[in-house]
Design a protein. Structure first.
Ligand SMILES: NC(=O)c1ccc[n+]([C@@H]2O[C@H](COP(=O)([O-])OP(=O)(O)OC[C@H]3O[C@@H](n4cnc5c(N)ncnc54)[C@H](O)[C@@H]3O)[C@@H](O)[C@H]2O)c1
Length: 253
C-alpha cells in the first residue's frame, strides 16, 4: 500500500518544516520529488538528504506567476508529466484586523492563495490531458475555524479550502483529485517565527500546545503521513476534502 514508485511529485516550501517532511516521505515511498522553495541552501540540503537520484531542487517563488509557468515547462520537459502537486508553501502573520494592514493581507494572499492558483494553473492542463493528477494543498485548522489574532492568515487559509473544493468539483471527471490538509500547530520554523512575535514566547508556546486536545503540537512527519495517503491510489475515492490533522483541536471546546 501507498507505493509511489514511478510517480513524479513536486512539493513547494519543501526546504523546511512540513514541506521537507512531505518531500522525504514521498521519496521514501518511491516517488521522484522536486523540492521547490525560495531557500536554496536548505532546499539543496533536503535533496542531499533524500539523494540526488530521487530528488532535485527547484528555486521557485510561488508568488511569481512567470516562475510557476517556467517551473511547469521545465518539469514537463524533463519528466513528461507531474503526478502529484503539493502546494505547501505558506507564510503567516499575527494580528487582529486592527493590527493588520493591506500590505500584510496582500503579502499573505500572494503566497498562500495566488501561489497555489498560479502553480496549479500551470500544471493542470497536463494533468487533464493525461486524465490523472493528484493535488494537495496545505491549508490549516485556521482554514476551518477562526484562530484568535490570525485575521490575515485565516482569511487566506479559508480561501485555500474553497479553491481546493472548486478544483475537486470542476475536474472530478477528468481524473483529478484535489484535497486540502488542515494541520493544527506543528513544531516547525514557521511556528517558532510566530512565537517570537509574542511578548512572552514561553507562555505563548504553552498556550499553542494546549489548543490541541491531546496537549502537544504535531510533528512534521505526522502531517506528511496524511499527504502520503492522499497521494496514493489507495485514496482514489477521496477528493474535495479538507482533512484535519490537529490533535483534536476542532473536536470541541
Ligand atoms: N507549522 C504549523 O503549525 C502549521 C499549521 C497549519 C498549517 N501550516 C502550513 O503549513 C505550510 C508549511 O508550514 P511550515 O510550518 O512547514 O513552515 P516553514 O516556515 O517551516 O516552511 C515554509 C517553507 O516555505 C518556503 N516559502 C515561503 N514563501 C515561499 C514562496 N513565496 N515560494 C516558495 N517557497 C516559499 C520557505 O522558504 C520555507 O522553506 C504553510 O502553508 C503553513 O501555513 C503550518
Amino acid at each position: 500500500m501507498f507505493d509511489l514508485t514511478g510517480k513524479i511529485a513536486l512539493v513547494t516550501g519543501a526546504a523546511s518544516g512540513i514541506g521537507e517532511a512531505i518531500a522525504k516521505t514521498l521519496a521514501e515511498a518511491g516517488a521522484f520529488v522536486y523540492v521547490a522553495d525560495l531557500d536554496e541552501t536548505n532546499g539543496e540540503r533536503v535533496v542531499s538528504e533524500i539523494g540526488a537520484d530521487k530528488s532535485q531542487f527547484l528555486k521557485l517563488n510561488v508568488a511569481e506567476k512567470e516562475e510557476c509557468q517556467k517551473t511547469a515547462e521545465m518539469v514537463l520537459g524533463e519528466k513528461g508529466k507531474l503526478d502529484i502537486l503539493v502546494n505547501n508553501a505558506g507564510i503567516g502573520h499575527v494580528g487582529t484586523l486592527l493590527q493588520t494592514n493591506e500590505e500584510d493581507l496582500d503579502r499573505l494572499y500572494a503566497v498562500n492563495v495566488r501561489g497555489i492558483f498560479s502553480l496549479t494553473k500551470a500544471f493542470l492542463p497536463s494533468m487533464v490531458e493525461r486524465n490523472y493528477g493528484v493535488i494537495i494543498n496545505t491549508a490549516s485548522i485556521g482554514g476551518i475555524l477562526a484562530v484568535r489574532d490570525r485575521l490575515a492568515y485565516c482569511t487566506t487559509k479559508f480561501a485555500v479550502v474553497g479553491f481546493t473544493k472548486s478544483i475537486a468539483l470542476d475536474h472530478a471527471l477528468q481524473g483529478i483529485r484535489c484535497n486540502a490538509i488542515c494541520p493544527g500547530r506543528v513544531e516547525t520554523p514557521f511556528v517558532k517565527a510566530r512565537l517570537a512575535e509574542y511578548p512572552d514566547p514561553k507562555k505563548a508556546y504553552e498556550e499553542m500546545a494546549s489548543t490541541q486536545a491531546i496537549g502537544r503540537m504535531g510533528k512534521p512527519e505526522e502531517i506528511a503521513a496524511a499527504v502520503l495517503y492522499l497521494s496514493s491510489d489507495e485514496a482514489a475515492f477521496v477528493t474535495g476534502t479538507a482533512l484535519e490533522i490537529e490533535g483534536g483541536w476542532a473536536a470541541g471546546k
